[in-house]
Design a protein around this ligand. Structure first.
Ligand SMILES: Cc1cc2nc3c(=O)[nH]c(=O)nc-3n(C[C@H](O)[C@H](O)[C@H](O)COP(=O)(O)O)c2cc1C
Length: 331
């Protein structure tokens, strides 16, 4: 039973308006399945799998863990040597996935195949204009990341408090709010601002099923909202990551006029990956958002989803309702 029934839950056929966004090295079968099993929408991150065949195996693994709908995140990176997107896409369709989160850049080249196989597309972007473009080219729903988010917030620096209602004023398709959400208060706020649900990354990193070292989870619990850095600003490819000696050094070098080549050794993906695998939070660059300031525990993903929706309903029925004068009371 849906505690909160929105256009998002109806469109995607899920119980709760809570999505676990794509996360490189984190969005694996166990986490996605746990979120979906609890009634949210879990997403396996396609490019975490080294090959399309590995993605097929990961999807099959998740399917053994839940028979509820889960999706796949396909991050479209502007790289010189792109991964074989057409093959990843084919696997998504052949494995019977019905929901895809696209992100990174324009999803248009991917839409035809997905649409022709009845796959619903949730496109994640960071501005109202990109959301409107996605709506125009026919995605089913959008997810809009505010400036608070982990990963790439774009270059406009508009926090969710303005970005979400600005999107609500213009979009006609369902959309969810992303970036800075971690608890029931955020979900209620997102709904009040006009969104149909929330997407969370950092909060789901800090769950039992998240496949990262316990030391990293504890570091997130211990950190506060100021403990992130924005790297690559001068290159106009901003990413919000954990504040550590490596990210501070990257910011320093680029602010002093350095180029990508000068920081390449520091930002290598392989170094970031070792953070998650070995729990050395100083080993490289790793993604986390400002929301870590309100992450205080490491529950199971299922308990987290249930807690968020149940407490959201309590806030709406309790505190918010109690603030409203009975109908007919004149001002
Ligand atoms: C560790 C980590 C890795 C991420 N990797 C990706 C990714 O590969 N593709 C993507 O579209 N978003 C990625 N994101 C962004 C999330 O999907 C989501 O949009 C973001 O975390 C929302 O902000 P929040 O962390 O404040 O909840 C990542 C986020 C985190 C925390």
């Amino acid at each position: 039973m849906s505690v909160l029934n929105t256009r998002f839950t109806q469109l995607f056929g899920v119980e709760h308006p809570v999505v676990q966004g794509g996360m490189q090295w984190v969005g694996r079968a166990e986490l996605a399945a746990a979120v979906s099993e609890a009634g949210g929408l879990g997403l396996i991150t396609a490019l975490t799998q080294p090959t399309p065949a590995d993605l097929a195996k990961e999807i099959q693994k998740a399917r053994k863990l839940t028979d509820k709908p889960f999706g796949v995140n396909l991050t479209i990176l502007p790289t010189i040597t792109p991964p074989p997107y057409d093959e990843y896409r084919r696997v998504i369709v052949d494995e019977g996935i019905t929901i895809v989160e696209t992100a990174g850049s324009n999803p248009e080249p991917h839409l035809e195949l997905f649409r022709s196989h009845g796959v619903k597309v949730l496109h994640k972007c960071t501005s109202v204009r990109h959301a409107l473009k996605a709506q125009r080219i026919g995605v089913d729903a959008v997810s809009i990341d505010g400036f608070e988010c982990a990963g790439h917030p774009g270059e406009d620096d508009i926090p969710g408090l303005v970005l979400i209602p600005a999107a609500a004023d213009k979009l006609t398709i369902p959309f969810i709010a992303s970036g800075g959400f971690g608890d029931a208060r955020g979900l209620v706020a997102a709904l009040a601002l006009g969104a149909d649900g929330i997407n969370m990354g950092s909060r789901f990193m800090c769950t039992v099923e998240s496949p990262i070292d316990q030391v990293v989870k504890q570091a997130i619990v211990d950190a506060d909202e100021r403990d992130t850095e924005l790297i690559f600003r001068p290159l106009r490819n901003t990413a919000r990551v954990a504040k550590n000696s490596v990210s501070v050094e990257v910011v320093r070098i680029l602010n002093e006029g350095g180029q990508f080549a000068d920081v390449q050794h520091l930002v290598a993906g392989a170094r970031g990956r070792t953070v998650y695998e070995n729990g050395d939070v100083e080993a490289g660059i790793w993604s986390v958002g400002m929301v870590q300031g309100i992450i205080h525990d490491i529950p199971t993903a299922g308990d987290l989803v249930r807690r968020i929706v149940n407490e959201a309903a309590e806030i709406i029925r309790g505190r918010l309702t109690s603030l409203v004068a009975p109908v007919g009371v004149a001002s």
